[in-house]
Design a protein around this ligand. Structure first.
Ligand SMILES: Cc1cc2nc3c(=O)[nH]c(=O)nc-3n(C[C@H](O)[C@H](O)[C@H](O)COP(=O)(O)O)c2cc1C
Length: 333
């Protein structure tokens, strides 16, 4: 069967008009206060007008010391709300749903003026700075910031929240046995390493009433790190709190990743077989790849770099396969 890309999908409370999702991508274009700029109001709506069903806004910091770079978007201050609200309205006007990726970089923070925190005092590489191991009070503080961020996401009108649990950032630092050497209830067993993420999901769900899901690095490409089996065990614990998973890999420790077209789709498929919907992707650039992945049961497909190059990727396919629908994203009322 073909044409699956053009079919709608109900993901929790999210009604998506097709299967194409814009992956979250840091644009390093906010001012140092983390405010939405004219750039964002052109960049994200362009992909919405281009026909994607869901735009996931880049990693947006829940605390200023959790920024990946000092030009990340932020959601830690009420003064950031007006811009985020404008962004939501602009993407909605383009006909897409919009989610925000809530993030904390932990030891990978790019804000050198503030301390870096992590579950354990282990630098990313010997050349990187040494983070401070978090106390239990620090853990509660960060969870509180996620809660406040979720409250603001609700106020700004987002349709979904994606919790960034991948790529070696703070949550991933807790999840991975390679970066979490704690001996308290937040370290050791899979149950303990997943506790921080679960407490964040619980806090977020008290404030945000749309769809909530998590991005995970399903494979860590390192001895002693997570592989798909360990991720599936974690997902057993996480699944009551999420509508699904945005599937990614790597980033916990510095390893070179042998990527090839569709290299992460197998992980998405493995998660789907557990009855958990996923957004799969990674070096997906063609209609044939998308149809093949959807045909194998992956619920949604994300495109990252291809959409940076070509915001009209989807519309070009509509023109080819459903020319009469070309005008749909521009129709009003
Ligand atoms: C410029 C750039 C910024 C990115 N920023 C983020 C981010 O903020 N959050 C995230 O989870 N992934 C981020 N990623 C990873 C993408 O979401 C995506 O997983 C990756 O690019 C692979 O998909 P692709 O091959 O379609 O580009 C970023 C990727 C790029 C190229």
């Amino acid at each position: 069967m073909s044409g699956l890309l053009f079919t709608p999908f109900q993901w929790g409370s999210l009604s998506l008009k097709n299967r194409l999702v814009m992956a979250p991508m840091c644009m390093y274009s906010a001012n140092e206060e983390g405010h939405v700029q004219p750039f964002h109001l052109a960049h994200y709506p362009a992909r919405a007008y281009g026909g994607v069903s869901l735009v996931i806004v880049e990693a947006t910091a829940v605390e200023s010391r959790g920024r990946i770079s000092i030009h990340d978007l932020g959601i830690y201050d009420d003064a950031q709300l007006a811009g985020l609200h404008q962004l939501v309205s602009a993407v909605h006007h383009g006909g897409a749903k919009i989610a925000i990726q809530l993030a904390h970089a932990g030891k990978k923070s790019g804000d050198m003026s503030q301390e870096a925190i992590s579950p354990s005092a282990i630098p990313f590489t010997p050349e990187h700075r040494m983070p401070r191991a978090m106390t239990k009070e620090d853990i509660q503080t960060v969870i509180h910031h996620f809660r406040l961020a979720a409250h603001r996401a609700q106020q700004a009108g987002f349709d979904g929240v994606e919790i960034h649990g991948a790529h070696g950032y703070l949550i991933n630092q807790f999840l991975s046995p390679l970066t979490n050497h704690r001996t308290d209830e937040y370290g050791g067993s899979i149950e303990n390493r997943t506790r921080f993420l679960i407490e964040i999901l619980q806090a977020v769900s008290t404030e945000f009433h749309g769809a909530i899901w998590v991005r995970l690095s399903v494979e860590e490409y390192a001895e002693g790190g997570h592989h798909v089996e360990e991720t599936l065990r974690m997902l057993d614990l996480i699944k009551p709190y999420v509508v699904g998973v945005n599937v990614s890999s790597g980033g916990a420790v510095p390893v070179s990743i042998q990527s090839y077209p569709g290299y992460q789709l197998g992980y998405a498929k493995a998660i789907e077989t557990q009855g958990i919907p996923t957004i799969g992707g990674g070096l997906v650039t063609t209609y044939e790849q998308i149809e093949d992945a959807l045909g194998q049961g992956i619920s949604l497909i994300y495109l990252g770099r291809e959409l940076l190059l070509n915001p009209y990727f989807y519309l070009q396919l509509v023109k080819k396969y459903h020319p009469l629908d070309m005008i749909a994203p521009y129709k009003r009322g």
